[in-house]
Design a protein around this ligand. Structure first.
Ligand SMILES: [Zn+2]
Length: 94
């Protein structure tokens, strides 16, 4: 039984290792709400996307608020937008 508990604890620790950071544009929306300003165009949205980048870190995963229109425009592959996100992340990790 102890072995099962140990494995369970290890799994729990792994899941808790990385803190989820949400990236959104500043807006008048409540900071803790599930709707925030799209990081590209500021329109309120509930859609977030995991941003995979090459900034190596052990502690965080970054999720950007991106509205449907910007997602359809493939904003996550736009270099200017990626630079903006990377800038945010570098500032955050600083
Ligand atoms: Zn947008």
């Amino acid at each position: 039984m102890n072995i099962v508990n140990n494995i369970f604890n290890e799994l729990m620790q792994k899941n808790e290792k990385k803190k989820k950071i949400e990236i959104c544009e500043d807006s008048d929306l409540p900071k803790r709400g599930w709707i925030q300003g799209c990081y590209s165009c500021c329109i309120p949205t509930s859609h977030t996307y995991l941003y995979e980048n090459n900034i190596v870190n052990k502690y965080f995963t970054f999720h950007a608020y991106i509205c449907k229109d910007c997602k359809n425009m493939n904003i996550l592959n736009d270099n200017n937008f990626k630079n903006k996100l990377n800038g945010y992340i570098i500032d955050y990790l600083d």
